[in-house]
Design a protein around this ligand. Sequence first.
Ligand SMILES: [Zn+2]
Length: 511
Amino acid sequence: MRAFKIIRGGRLLDAGARAAPLRDILIRDGAILEIGAPGLNAPDDAEIVDASRHLLHPGLVNGHTHGTGALTRGYRDRFNLELLLLATPARFANQTLEMKYLNTYLGAVEMAMKGCTLAFDLTFGLPVASIEELEAMGQAYRDAGIRAVMAPMLADTTFYRGIPGLVESLPDDLRALAKIDGAPATDRVLALMDEALKRWPHDRDHVKLGIAPTIPLVCSDELMLGCDRLAREHGTVIQSHIGEAKMQAISAIAKYGKTMLAHVDDLGVLGPHFSIAHGIWLDDDDLRRVADRGSFISHNAGSNMRLGSGIADARKMLEFGINLAIGTDGAVSSDNQNMYEAMRAAGQVAAVRQPDHRRWLTAPEIIDAATRGGAQMAGFDHVGAIAPGKRADIVFLSLDHPNWMPINDPATQLVFAEDATAVRHVMVDGTFIVRDGRHLASDMASLADKAEAARDRMLELNAAEIAKVEKLEEAVTGFCRGLSMKPYRVERYAAFPCGCDEASGFAATPG
Ligand SMILES: [Zn+2]
């Protein structure tokens, strides 16, 4: 392969200037060497890539997803976080190494085809996945051609024990069905994580291992502190779901006597290596702490709406000086892995929070979060922008597409008009992984067959557990709904409490 490439004739997005001037890009060994006006000098033997009639933008960064969920995507509607947390241990069980690889690969291929070149993936935890399986899932990203942080979701407490009062609320017959105990021991989880970090075989510029104490309510303080120690020892990043659902915010006050975020901060684990997924139910003091520690928030507006979790105040996060990323969340909670949709959702939902349009998110702010912000959060400083010194992770959008006829404000159009249908080519390290809309490493028909077969096998093996969990749904959601109906220090529902239909008895549902 020739060392030099020159991309000629493309229009390079300058989101801040809301412009897309014609620019040539010179690449050497997969890194961007120089950007200049059309006719930029290049070595004679440089391979020429024709980008005429294309808009070029940096590969998007998915700040929060779960490679665990591709095989369960879109399996039900009217799905909230408690239903998801209740269902997933049964739904995700009994997966072979091949199934776990397939889950991860499917998500990675979808992201690649939709213009995303780096994902922060909270994957199967240890010991749910073995270290070998974790390494195979890392290989799935390598094979799909995109970058990732793979962070196993760790816990040493069950979902049931993580919500104070839930177990006690269950009648005896249901309590007998629920897997109330049996979470892995803290030291075992930490020992596996340590070993996985030590022997991680993949090039860390492409796929590195992170750590995800998944939700503080299901992680003991010892586990949170152990994760922090390992992250510092191995120089990697942490992500945790904090302030996602109101029932969790209320549960945290009951458990800690303070907010979830304040508890985590008081443990001393926040820092620039720490990111928060969702951050919906954070109050001003929480947000100030996040900003003071230099931590990040992945704003997952589409998922937050899909699961009815609430509307995060992203403007306030920016005002406090918090570093933002944008995420889709996993396929089980938010179906597709389309970062253009995630950006659009962030823009739209900012507008329904308040009538003052000056406080809505701007398109350049959203694009910055979905590129530079996410890359910084992942600790991937070598990507996130099309600029000299960065790796050449570049998306080529066809301008011969209705989304771009005509080009008005390219930043606004990228956020609100683009939906991944104009994605024509995607390159990582200056090499095409998607060409003419096709993911080069994949045979789609064979992938679809594998996905159908794996789903059938999973449903067969897990049918008995899924049936048990379904019996628990009404009691568990009733309890959690009771928590969500309580007043909290901030309000993040679109309508509360007046939006609740009293005639339906919803507001009066006993907790
Ligand atoms: Zn998540």
